[in-house]
Design a protein around this ligand. Structure first.
Ligand SMILES: Nc1ncnc2c1ncn2[C@@H]1O[C@H](COP(=O)(O)OP(=O)(O)OP(=O)(O)O)[C@@H](O)[C@H]1O
Ligand SMILES: [Mg+2]
Length: 227
């Protein structure tokens, strides 16, 4: 079995990537697929008796088809809640994309889908001269952009959308309504629909529901038709 991989990036940190990745895992599993989340690099971890643990990776693990240990879902766990390449340097580690590739290959060999969550936004560095965009673009993984709907998101979304489309297949974007709901939400979504060439895949309401389910399979069909 070789999985379909979906990379989830966002307009910023703290805008809903994990929430959407979890919803994608729920949607895929509800549709009958085996699906696993992957958080290759996590900065901001708690020290536990089992080792460093990151909240996002634990949420992805809980939403995944059971059976994966923590290290399979998050191979690089860094203590400090700061930019990953800086957290890595402070821990005396260089983030090696071969380690990220091996971790992905292990999940992909045994799943229908792998949902990969980046860290921060599209161009977050992994180490000197290598960022997430290089890694994802090198694999050509289809990418979904989560737009956290708040003041300033149009600029972040348009820049991210253009950069993604230049590097890898761009599935589309999600309008994720963050609290507090921004004034003129509809006008902002309409503006983004005009400005971003790829489709609006889903609108996610501002609520605290943890059981949200989104099935990305139809978005892939539409993207393949578009290409
Ligand atoms: N649609 C929504 N409605 C209400 N709260 C939301 C929504 N989306 C995200 N949140 C909340 O916003 C916060 C940030 O979301 P999340 O952790 O998914 O962001 P992220 O982009 O994955 O962040 P990071 O860059 O740290 O990985 C969380 O507390 C989450 O519950
Ligand atoms: Mg996250």
């Amino acid at each position: 079995m070789t999985a379909q991989t979906l990379f989830v990036t966002g307009t910023d940190t703290g805008i809903g990537k994990t929430r959407i990745a979890v919803a994608l895992l729920h949607g895929l599993r509800a549709a009958g697929f085996s699906a696993v989340g992957y958080k290759p690099v996590a900065s901001g971890c708690e020290a536990t008796s089992a080792g460093l643990r990151n909240e996002d990776a634990l949420a992805l693990q809980a939403a995944s088809t059971p059976g994966w240990d923590y290290g399979a879902i998050n191979p690089i766990a860094l203590a400090e809640p700061i930019a990953p390449h800086i957290a890595a340097a402070e821990a005396g580690v260089t983030i090696d994309t071969e380690v990220l590739d091996d971790g992905h290959a292990r999940l992909a060999a045994a799943s229908d889908w792998v949902v990969v969550e980046g860290a921060g936004g599209w161009h977050v560095p992994l180490r000197a001269r290598v960022d997430f965009a290089d890694w994802v673009g090198g694999h050509g993984w289809p990418t979904l952009l989560v737009v956290g709907m708040r003041l300033g998101c149009v600029n972040h979304a348009v820049l991210s959308a253009r950069a993604i489309a230049a590097a890898t297949p761009f599935i589309g974007w999600i309008a994720n309504t963050l609290p507090p709901i921004q004034p003129r939400l509809e006008e902002n979504i309409a503006c983004l629909e005009q400005a971003i060439a790829a489709p609006l895949c889903a609108r996610v309401a501002c609520d605290a529901r943890a059981d949200l389910a989104l099935n990305p399979a139809p978005w892939f069909v539409r993207m393949n038709r578009r290409e």
